[in-house]
Design a protein around this ligand. Structure first.
Ligand SMILES: *Cc1c(COP(=O)(O)O)cnc(C)c1O
Length: 465
């Protein structure tokens, strides 16, 4: 057997990858033809690939490497824990100190009466937990008909059968028989793309009131919960109009509906507070966490549950759990990550330094001929590519054509910026400094110029009719 290392030529690694590795959310034949990019190491906010390029990672991996790459303390926490107790379960009336300490720390950090943690290894798993948790909650209260979970179109809540059903991605539902029964979707507060002639505030209210209409259509006695990301991430960093969340909160309060805030991206400093719910003034009954919980150094997620919900669940045997719920190594690494977030005041750095600087810089791209709108909360931002700003026009070409050209131009300029359709999105490590933000914006602008020239050359600057 050959030992596969970073010293092998890129082409060889690409061939082996194409032969055996099935990539998520990827057309694998096209990727094999093009050749996958091999990332070999990373430090701070920069990645290195197998050809020696140094890329500014404006996506923090996949929205997760919040404290940046290369923190030795997390590696040491993992090594220590592996030697002391690499694994034990939390099923059969046992526990261990990393799980205890992490649950306690999360209860301390989470707002309000969110004081109880059910662990998982990912955001998808945590949302699967939430489906069973909210239905079990109503069942235990003698209201078994309250089963339906209301979510939103273009939401992202994970990729398992349950969490993919909660999500509102039509292209995901088209594969594998999703959604599962008793999950329904209302419209998203995406004013730029769907707001028509309404003002953003009118549109935000209208979209929030779809929740009330849906509850009344289904009957309050049939609805268990509403789930939403405080700011939609994978859907394209859709920042809702200011009118949206207060109205959603009012509706959840008025009817007996549990509110699940999916904080997998927004949590742990991304929006300039510990949780997106604090930035957007939401009072959830349950929060989904993952990603930034460990800064991606270990796979771990979970559900932070209110006193009221936990008290009801505690009265039944909740027949649910994962072999790796509260995994000691993952928990120890998450704890070390939270220690660094606290002691280095990284959330304060986002709020007081990085986010204000980034906001000015990001919004400066608004003058580019291709950029329709820029939106940003904390350190998650998006911009809409458009062939015609004033009418908020979409491109005549298939959605994502311009976005893909722009993303490729970013890579060519040593910047990792993702596209969702024809929106470009950023979510850099939270430790990013102003000088790196300057680089990010300069490279993004250069990429926008290249994209503009290419769209023009290919005759793709036409608006959809
Ligand atoms: C990434 C994500 C998930 C899924 O998390 P995984 O760890 O990939 O399973 C769920 N919700 C949101 C909002 C996410 O961004």
């Amino acid at each position: 057997m050959t030992t596969i290392t970073n010293h092998m030529p890129t082409a060889e690694l690409q061939a082996l990858d194409a032969a055996h590795h099935m990539h998520p959310f990827t057309h694998n034949d096209s990727l094999a033809e093009k050749g996958v990019r091999v990332i070999t190491r990373a430090r701070g906010v920069y990645l290195t690939d197998s050809d020696g390029h140094e890329l500014l990672d404006a996506m923090a991996g996949l929205w997760c490497v919040n404290i940046g790459y290369g923190r030795r303390e997390l590696a040491e926490a993992a090594a220590r824990q592996m030697q002391e107790l690499p694994y034990y379960n939390t099923f059969f009336q046992t526990t261990h100190t990393p799980a205890i300490a992490l649950a306690q720390k999360l209860a301390e950090r989470a707002p309000g009466d969110l004081n109880h943690v059910f662990f998982a290894s990912s955001g998808s798993e945590a949302n699967d937990t939430n489906i069973r948790l909210v239905r079990t909650y109503w069942d235990a209260l003698g209201k078994p008909s309250k089963k339906t979970i209301i979510s939103r179109m273009n939401a992202y809540h994970g990729s398992s059968v349950g969490s993919g059903s909660l999500g509102g991605m039509a292209f995901m539902h088209a594969q594998g028989g999703l959604p599962i029964p008793d999950v329904v979707h209302i419209g998203q507060p995406h004013w730029w793309a769907e707001g028509g002639d309404m003002t953003p505030e009118e549109f935000g209210l209208a979209r929030a009131r779809e929740l009330e209409t849906m509850i009344e259509t289904l009957g309050e006695d049939n609805v268990a919960a509403f789930i939403a990301e405080p700011v939609q991430g994978a859907g394209g960093v859709i920042v809702p109009p200011d009118s949206y969340w207060p109205e959603i909160q009012r509706i959840c309060d008025k009817y007996e509906i549990l509110l699940i805030a999916d904080e997998v991206i927004c949590g742990f400093g991304r929006t300039g507070n510990w949780f997106g719910s604090q930035t957007l003034n939401i009072r959830p009954d349950i929060m989904t966490i993952a990603k930034g919980l460990s800064s991606g150094y270990q796979p771990i997620g979970g559900s932070i549950v209110s006193d009221a919900v936990a008290e009801v669940i505690a009265q039944v045997e909740f027949a649910h759990g994962y072999t790796y719920s509260g995994h000691p190594v993952a928990a120890a690494v998450a704890l070390e990550n939270l220690r660094i977030l606290e002691e280095e005041n990284i959330v304060g750095h986002v709020r007081d330094v990085a986010a204000p600087y980034m906001k000015t810089a990001w919004e400066s791209l608004q003058d580019h001929p291709l950029v329709g709108e820029t939106r940003i909360v904390g350190l998650m931002g998006s911009l809409a590519l458009t062939p015609h700003k004033a009418s908020r026009a979409k491109f005549a070409a298939e959605a994502g054509t311009a976005g893909l050209i722009c993303r490729e131009a970013c890579f060519a300029n040593n910047l990792v910026m993702r596209h969702v359709g024809d929106r470009m999105i950023i979510s850099p490590p939270l430790i990013i400094q102003p000088e790196d933000i300057d680089k990010l914006i300069a490279r993004a602008r250069a990429a926008l110029d290249i994209c503009h020239a290419e769209l023009k050359a290919q005759g793709l600057l036409k608006a959809a009719s």
